[in-house]
Design a protein around this ligand. Structure first.
Ligand SMILES: [Zn+2]
Length: 157
């Protein structure tokens, strides 16, 4: 297993925590100096908050650890391509590198719908590494939505 895969595994573990709460399984970790300093998972329904995405939660925690809003030497790992809000926060936090599990063709903002992470008009661009444990991340999402559809079907009987 590569180092990237090892950290993505931990992001997947975070995503499974979201899944246990019936949340869309998205997980994130932030690495500094070869160590995980912050973790987060999607808690949007649980917290009843638009802001409770995995990446935002992890960025908040990392800033507490680093004691700075700038996360200049950190790498963010996330199981799903970030949305516009999280991609914006990543740019604002000056995170230099993002490692993505699977892409999100309908809502992703690291190249799918738009690439907020690499707009030359902004003062900060982010290196992107895609497709790390992509199959595992994708299957986790597909299984979640399949189960959700089946639950809904059962409720209609
Ligand atoms: Zn997001």
């Amino acid at each position: 297993m590569t180092e990237n895969e090892g950290f993505m595994k931990e992001a997947i573990r975070q995503a499974k925590k979201a899944e246990k709460l019936n949340e869309v399984p998205i997980g994130c970790v932030i690495v500094y100096d070869g160590k995980i300093i912050a973790r987060g998972y999607n808690r949007r329904n649980t917290d009843k908050s638009t802001l409770a995405h995995a990446e935002i939660i992890a960025i908040k925690r990392a800033s507490k650890v680093i004691k700075d809003w700038r996360l200049e030497d950190c790498t963010l790992y996330v199981t799903l391509e970030p949305c516009q809000m999280c991609a914006g926060a990543i740019v604002q936090a000056r995170i230099p590198k993002v490692v993505i599990g699977t892409m999100n063709s309908k809502a992703g903002c690291a190249g799918s719908v738009i690439n907020v992470l690499q707009m030359k008009e902004f003062n900060h661009q982010v290196d992107i590494c895609k497709g790390v444990l992509a199959d595992e991340c994708k299957e986790m999402m597909q299984n979640f939505f399949r189960n959700l559809r089946e639950k809904k079907k059962m409720e209609n009987y």
